[in-house]
Design a protein around this ligand. Structure first.
Ligand code: ADP
Ligand code: ZN
Length: 610
C-alpha cells in the first residue's frame, strides 16, 4: 500500500518523499479509518487526501470553504494529470454538465464543493448512487466555534456521518488547539479518529522583528532583498493599506492593495494580479489570505503588529509554502497595541479579556528578545528541539543586547516615576533625550533630575526601549491615554534585582550571517537560468490562464536550474516534475535550458545528490 502511494506521488507530482505524517495520514484513509490531520501551512495537507483519492476506487468528495481555493486546487490537480472537478455557483452550465458527465462515467477521482451544497437534498440523492471513497474536509477548524474562523455552514456537515455511515471522513486544518481538535471530532461524529498533529515549526521561514520607525523605508529594505519576487505586506487598517500601497508604488514597485472596503471586482482583480504575478506585492489587511495557495510567496511583512500570535502564525505562514526559504518581518510599535485596544472597545467583557490577553502576549513576543521560533512554538505548546534556531534575527545576531541594559532601564523607569506616572511613552522619551518641546518646557519638566539623561540617544530608540520594558512587564500602560506606570517587577529593576534585556539593531552587514536555509536551497542553482525559466513559466501560465505556481513551483524551477537536464528522462528526475508535466512542458523547458547553457558555456546534466 505504502509503495502504491509513493508511486502515485512520484508519477503525478514528481515528489520522491513523503513529508512528515503524510504517509500515516494517507494510510489511515486507505484503511477507511477516520482521521484528523493538523499540519502547519505548507505542510502538505492537500496531498494527504489527494493521493489516496487517486489510489482508491470510487470518488472522493472534498469540502472547501472558498471557490478560489477549490479552483486553484482543481487547476493544480488537472496540471498533474489527476481527474478532478468542482461544482460551485461560478461554473457555466456547460462546465457543470461536463463535470456531471465525468462523475456519471466514473472518470473523476476528486470532486470539490462547498459544505452547503454537499448536504443539499438533491446532491445527497445523487451521491448515494455513486461509490464514494471518502469525504475530506479542508479547513476543518471552520466547524468549531472555538476556532478563529467559525463558519455556520460548516455545522451542517455534522449530518454527514448519518447520511453516509460507511464512508470514512478525513478532517484537515493548520490551526487547531486541543479544544478545536476535540470539537472537530465531536461535531463530525468521527469514530475513533486517528489524530495526527505535526510540528508547528516552519524551518524554512526566517523570523525578524523590529520596532517601527520609518516604516516605508523599513518595508523597502525587505522588498529590496527580494527583487521581482512575490510578497505580502499586512497593515492593520484600510487607511494604512492605501497609504502603504501608494508609497510603494511611488518607489516604482508593482503593488496592488486589498481590503474589505474595495469593490468586489477590484479586490478580485488585485488578487488575481498577485496570483498571476502581474504585480509582485499585495498590500492588505487581514481580509487577504484565506484561500490563497500561492506557494512562492518569498516574504510576508507585517507593517503593524497583529492582534495575536495565532494570527501572526497564520499570516506569516503564507510565506514559503513551497518549502524554500522565505522571510517574515514584523514591525511593531506601542501605537499598534493602542490601535488594537481601541478596536476592541465594543467587545463583550469576557471576549475582550481574552482578546486583550492575546494582544499582550503578541506584544511581549515583539519585545522580549528571545529566539522567535522558540517563542512561537512555546505559545503553541511545542518545544524547539535545539537551543538555537539559526534562522531568526536573535539567533542570527542581527540584534544586539545593550551592554548597560540595567542602567538604561533604571534611567527610564525613574523618569516615569519623576513624571508622576502621568505621561505616555512618546513624551517620556522626549524628556529623557532632553527635548526643548514646548509642552516639556511649559510643564517645567526640563528641571527634572532625569531630564536629558539619555541625550546621547535618538528619541525613537528610547521610545523603543520603553516599549520593550512595557512588553517585558516592567512598565504598564494604563487608561485611555496609555499612561506609563512602573510595575512591581519594574521596582525590582530599580533596586537592581532584575536586569531587563534591551535590544538595538546591530550594525553588522547582512551578508555575514545568512541563515543556513538560504544557502542550502540555492546550493548549485544557476540563478541566471532560474530567472530565465521563470520567464518561460510566466508565459506558459498566461497562455493557460492559471497561476504560475500551478505550472511549476519555485522548488522545481530551482532544481531544473541545478540539474540542467538535456533529455526528458533526466527532466523527470527534477523534484516536482511528474509525468503529465514532463509531457506537457518538458520540451520547452529543456530547450530554454539548452540555449542558456550553450550561450553561457554552462555544463548540463549535472548529477546532484538529493
Ligand atoms: P498545506 O495545504 O498544508 O498548506 P499544500 O498541500 O498546499 O500545504 O502543500 C504545500 C506545498 O508543498 C505544495 O506546493 C505541495 O505541492 C508541496 N508538497 C506537498 N507534499 C510534498 C512532498 N511530499 N514533497 C515535496 N513537496 C510537497
Ligand atoms: Zn531563533
Amino acid at each position: 500500500m505504502t509503495e502504491r502511494l509513493a508511486e502515485t506521488i512520484e508519477k503525478h507530482w514528481g515528489y520522491k518523499e513523503f513529508r512528515p505524517l503524510q504517509k500515516e495520514a494517507m494510510e489511515h484513509l486507505c484503511h477507511r479509518r477516520d482521521v484528523i490531520v493538523v499540519l502547519p501551512t505548507g505542510g502538505g495537507k492537500s496531498l494527504c487526501f489527494q493521493v489516496p483519492a487517486v489510489t482508491s476506487s470510487g470518488l472522493a468528495v472534498v469540502v472547501s470553504p472558498l471557490i478560489s481555493l477549490m479552483k486553484d486546487q482543481v487547476d493544480a490537480l488537472t496540471e498533474c494529470g489527476v481527474p478532478a472537478a468542482r461544482i460551485d455557483s461560478s461554473l457555466t452550465p456547460e462546465e457543470r454538465e461536463s463535470a456531471f458527465d465525468l462523475i456519471r462515467n466514473r472518470q473523476l477521482k476528486l470532486l470539490y464543493m462547498s459544505p452547503e451544497r454537499l448536504v443539499s437534498d438533491s446532491f445527497i440523492k445523487f451521491l448515494h448512487k455513486l461509490d464514494l471513497s471518502f469525504i475530506a474536509i479542508d479547513e476543518a477548524h471552520c466547524i468549531s466555534m472555538w476556532g478563529h474562523d467559525f463558519r455556520p455552514e460548516y455545522r451542517q456537515l455534522g449530518s454527514l456521518r448519518k447520511i453516509f455511515p460507511e464512508v470514512p471522513i478525513g478532517a484537515y486544518t493548520a490551526t487547531a488547539t486541543e479544544q478545536v481538535r476535540h470539537d472537530i471530532a465531536v461535531q463530525l461524529s468521527l469514530k475513533d479518529p486517528a489524530m495526527l498533529v505535526g510540528s508547528f515549526d516552519r524551518p524554512n521561514l526566517i523570523y525578524k522583528v523590529q520596532a517601527k520607525n520609518r516604516i516605508v523605508k523599513q518595508v523597502c529594505e525587505v522588498v529590496d532583498r527580494h527583487r521581482d519576487e512575490s510578497g505580502i505586506v499586512y497593515c492593520i487598517r484600510r487607511k494604512d493599506v492605501e497609504e502603504m500601497a501608494a508609497a510603494l508604488t511611488a518607489k516604482g514597485l508593482h503593488v496592488a492593495p486589498y481590503h474589505a472596503g474595495l469593490p468586489d471586482e477590484v479586490r478580485k482583480r488585485n488578487q488575481d494580479d498577485f496570483l498571476n504575478e502581474n504585480v509582485d506585492i499585495i498590500v492588505a489587511t487581514i481580509a487577504f489570505g484565506m484561500g490563497i495557495d500561492k506557494s512562492n510567496v518569498r516574504y510576508v511583512i507585517h507593517a503593524g503588529m497583529p492582534k495575536s500570535l495565532e494570527h501572526y502564525q497564520q499570516e506569516s505562514g503564507r510565506a514559503g509554502r513551497d518549502g524554500l526559504e522565505a522571510e517574515c518581518c514584523l514591525f511593531y510599535s506601542g501605537g499598534d497595541y493602542a490601535t488594537w485596544k481601541s478596536l476592541m472597545r465594543d467587545m463583550d467583557p469576557k471576549a475582550m479579556e481574552i482578546a486583550l490577553s492575546k494582544l499582550s502576549r503578541m506584544y511581549s513576543y515583539c519585545t522580549e528578545g528571545v529566539c522567535r521560533r522558540k517563542a512561537i512554538l512555546d505559545y503553541f505548546g511545542q518545544s524547539l528541539d535545539k537551543g538555537q534556531c539559526g534562522a531568526c534575527d536573535i539567533c542570527l545576531g542581527e540584534v544586539d543586547s545593550m551592554e548597560d541594559s540595567l542602567v538604561t532601564a533604571q534611567k527610564i523607569l525613574s523618569c516615569v516615576l519623576r513624571l508622576g506616572q502621568r505621561f505616555g511613552g512618546g513624551y517620556t522619551a522626549l524628556v529623557l533625550t532632553g527635548s526643548r518641546d514646548q509642552r516639556i518646557l511649559e510643564n517645567g519638566h526640563d528641571n527634572l533630575s532625569t531630564y536629558g539623561l539619555l541625550r546621547e540617544h535618538d528619541s525613537r530608540a528610547v521610545h523603543d526601549w520603553i516599549e520593550q520594558l512595557a512588553g517585558q512587564g516592567f512598565l504598564e500602560k494604563v487608561g485611555e491615554y496609555n499612561v506609563l506606570t512602573v510595575t512591581n517587577e519594574g521596582r525590582q529593576v530599580l533596586k537592581g534585582e532584575i536586569t531587563p534585556r534591551l535590544l538595538c539593531p546591530t550594525k553588522k552587514p547582512e551578508r555575514e550571517h545568512k541563515a543556513k536555509v538560504v544557502t542550502d536551497s540555492w546550493q548549485g542553482v544557476d540563478k541566471g537560468l532560474f530567472d530565465a525559466l521563470r520567464k518561460v513559466r510566466a508565459t506558459l501560465a498566461r497562455e493557460k490562464g492559471v497561476p504560475a505556481f500551478v505550472i511549476f513551483g519555485d522548488a522545481a524551477l530551482r532544481d531544473m536550474a541545478r540539474k540542467r537536464p538535456s533529455t526528458l528522462d533526466r527532466f523527470l528526475q527534477v523534484k516536482g516534475v511528474g509525468q503529465t508535466k514532463a509531457k506537457q512542458y518538458g520540451r520547452i523547458m529543456i530547450e530554454r535550458i539548452r540555449a542558456y547553457c550553450i550561450e553561457r558555456s554552462v555544463e548540463m546534466d549535472l548529477t546532484v545528490l538529493d
